[in-house]
Design a protein around this ligand. Sequence first.
Ligand code: KG4
Ligand code: ZN
Length: 338
Amino acid sequence: TQNIFILGIESSCDDTAAAVLHNGKILSNVVATQDIHKKYGGVVPELASRAHQQNIVPVIHEALDQAGISKNDLSAVAFTRGPGLMGSLLVGTSFAKSLALGLGIPLLDVNHMQAHILAHFIEEEGYDKPQFPFLAMTISGGHTQIVKVSDYFAMEVIGQTLDDAVGEAFDKSAKILGLPYPGGPLVDKHAQLGNPKAFPFPKPKVGDLNFSFSGLKTSILYFIQKQLKEDPQFIEKNLNDICASIQHTIIGILMDKLKKAAKQTGINQIAIAGGVSANSGIRKTLKEAENKYRWKTFIPKFEYTTDNAAMIAIAGHFKYISGDYADLGVTAKARIKM
Ligand code: KG4
Ligand code: ZN
């Protein structure tokens, strides 16, 4: 059998990541998170780009060291071409190009959103992979999509957000509550201790399989402002219940559309991907849906939910196998279609 070693490089947003895969199995998966953005309450593109430049060499060395291989063992280099922040993407793209050129091995360009979905195909003991066709819901800080996946690289977006991404809805709600960035995981943490029905928030009315989250953010803001006028301690006293109610509403919005998509396509294999799939409420609700709706659900391992390079490497692995190499003239792209 062939020995395929793929180095994956991810630098689309604020995490610098590198991973090594051997025949689709993880040998290493290293992520350097940039803490600098915390104090600004969001990702600052210029600072992200600079931090990537500082992190990329040590992160790649670390990934190769942990994998126990040298760069000369690599079969190919895979990198995130987009979508993402241009200044961030450029760092990973230029590095991947020069490494592939220097080593004389193929370069593989990867679509970040496809990679989030393909993370389900990383070889893992005891993990059942989805079979084609399946539905994937990509829920992250930048995207909210329902995708019909017919093959590794045959993906069709059948629904998406018309405004904010679901991760933004979590983060902006958290900000209203005075929680630090990124607030999604904190909302999740408090939600686990609260009553999801304490404060009902309206669900948006959006047609087809599309989503909208900007109205929810506004209604949360108005609700909190009104309550604070009556009781300045309202947030402190009710934080768990508020978070549980927000999370419950968001999960309801996602589930409504997933159910509609499953019905419309007749597909009952459902996978989730992207940073927000780390959410404990979503994971639990989807597990329960297996019995409730007779779905087979696929929930990624925690470390493959938020941005990582293992997902870039597995996407590269499939491109490598089919000989779908990138030209050395390939450029980063802030916006790419699925
Ligand atoms: O996929 P990702 O790491 O980066 C993007 O490509 O956007 O997703 C990051 C998003 C952030 O909005 C973060 O708040 C959210 O995922 N997130 C969560 C949880 N963990 C991460 N949202 C809700 N609950 C969580 N446990
Ligand atoms: Zn992502």
